[in-house]
Ligand binder design. Structure first.
Ligand code: NDP
Length: 452
């Protein structure tokens, strides 16, 4: 008999926590999963999945305009937001059920309630009906993710966050979105696609800090062409609620009146109520759980993965971390994940996807970098009349001839870059790209025909 009730308690049944629990259980670990909300987590229920469904839905307005460019006659084209939200929620219910079944069918116990760590090997669970349970465990995995965070200014309580933006029971006529990261530009595209008068307010000159500067400028041009009003080099000083609308005062002194304001100014680790300070778990400046290469905190029995560690806050990274943890701790496989060349995509309109270093980053790392670039109007847009342009770039280390980065803005960027990421991960040289025959006519072929 073990001295503990469980081998592993996982707090949080999002993508990372669920993978950790399932794989650990498959190795024979007696595992309990604790989830206060619904199993599925941020990505499935409040992030990637519903967001992408709404991105698809919002793109039809532009596709109709493209179709008219191709001489289709389309009358009476309009959307029904409420029906769409119902359908989206039905799909999320289905995915939630799949997560519950995945957890239970892999042999784990699942308890609905909020977990709190009350000792290095002890977790209390406040169930949603008020009952409190306590269990001991050899190891505890924290996989609770993050939550949105707003800067402090008068009236910030009038901003909705992305969770709420995904579940509006009515579309506003106008919206201002604060921030210019992943979430801000993705939602700007969604609302704009549905015909909402959309304003994007942010403090930098171009959106998406950290991305390739040409891609950033290209996105700015496209967003403006599609009708989004950009208020760059600005912060919000105040929001006043006046009857049904919000009056925004910007740092430039300009005032703006909109139906709704959405804050997308970053996310922070969701650690409140977890009892981490009481057990002495070390946290970083943003509240992130500090972990070593084993995803282990300073308390040896307590581990953390995913957004709560604030390393690379992407779902596939959390899943990979959880799987590797289970392999190491319960499967006898000494495996670690690599944080290099992690591809990512922004589902802005047009979409962006990148892998590896951009030119500026390569130079900062003293790479003898050269960049290759191709910028064009996609074949489809010659007839559709759509002004959107595609930009693709490769960054090459001239000393080794290795391709160290690939960057794209344009349709299907995520689908294309995922394939390129394999080549870069495998250490492909520029000559390998050059000797690959292109698929014609496609945008992707530009990656194998870049000469300057
Ligand atoms: P980001 O970190 O991407 O962007 C935050 C934005 O808020 C930036 O524009 C930032 O400005 C601005 N900001 C931060 N603090 C302040 C402040 N005090 N005043 C004014 N502006 C401020 O956060 P998101 O919330 O968009 O997304 C969180 C994370 O979620 C992402 O980093 C990503 O890892 C993940 N995500 C991934 C997606 C995907 O893979 N497609 C989709 C959505 C989210 P500045 O740039 O000037 O610092």
């Amino acid at each position: 008999m073990s001295e503990f009730d469980y081998d592993l308690i996982v707090i949080g049944a999002g993508s990372g926590g669920t993978r950790t629990a399932r794989i650990s259980a498959s190795y024979g670990a007696k595992t309990l999963v604790v989830e206060g909300d619904r199993a599925g987590g941020t990505c499935v229920l409040r992030g990637c999945v519903p967001k992408k469904l709404l991105v698809y839905a919002s793109q039809f307005s532009e596709q109709v305009s493209d179709a008219e460019g191709f001489c289709w006659q389309i009358n009476n084209f309009k959307s029904n937001w409420m029906d769409l939200i119902k359908k989206k929620n039905k799909e999320l219910d289905r995915l939630h059920e799949i997560y519950v079944n995945l957890i239970k069918n892999s042999g784990c116990d699942l308890i609905s309630g909020w977990g709190k760590i009350i000792g290095p090997n002890k977790v209390s669970i406040k169930k949603n009906d008020g009952e409190v349970l306590e269990f001991s465990s050899k190891k505890i995995m924290i996989a609770v993710g993050g939550e949105s965070s707003f800067p402090d200014f008068a009236g910030n309580q009038f901003m909705i966050n992305s969770d709420q933006a995904l579940d509006l029971n009515k579309l506003p006529k106008s919206i201002a979105i604060y921030g210019s990261g992943y979430i801000a530009v993705e939602f700007a595209g969604i609302f704009n696609g549905f015909g909402v008068d959309t304003h994007l307010i942010f403090r930098a000159n171009d959106a998406l800090r950290g991305f390739d500067s040409d891609l950033r400028q290209s996105l700015m041009t496209s967003m403006k062409q599609k009708g989004i009003t950009i208020h760059n080099n600005n912060t919000i000083s105040e929001i006043e609620k006046i009857k049904e609308s919000c009056k925004i005062t910007l740092s430039s002194g300009q005032e703006l009146s909109v139906d709704m304001v959405m804050g997308a100014t970053g996310r922070v680790p969701k650690i409140s109520g977890l009892g981490l300070k009481n057990v002495g778990v070390q946290l970083g400046q943003r509240g992130e759980i500090l972990v070593n290469q084993l995803n282990q905190s300073n308390i040896k029995s307590i581990y953390a993965i995913g957004d709560v560690t604030d390393k690379i806050t992407l779902t596939p990274v959390a899943i990979a971390e959880g799987h590797a943890f289970a392999d190491r701790e319960f499967g006898g496989i000494n495996r670690f994940i690599s944080y290099e060349n992690v591809p990512s995509a922004v589902f802005s309109q047009p979409s962006i996807a990148v892998v590896g270093l951009n030119y500026e980053e390569a130079k900062k790392q003293n790479v003898n970098a050269r960049e290759y670039k191709s910028e064009f109007r996609a074949l489809k847009n010659t007839i559709s009349g759509n002004l959107e342009r595609t930009l693709m770039k490769l960054v090459v280390d001239q000393d080794t001839q290795k391709v160290v980065g690939a960057h794209m803005i344009g349709p299907d960027a995520a689908e294309i870059i995922q394939g390129v990421a394999i080549a870069i991960k495998a250490g492909a040289l520029k000559s390998d790209f050059d000797s690959t025959i292109g698929i014609h006519p496609s945008a992707a072929e530009e990656f194998v025909t870049m000469r300057s």
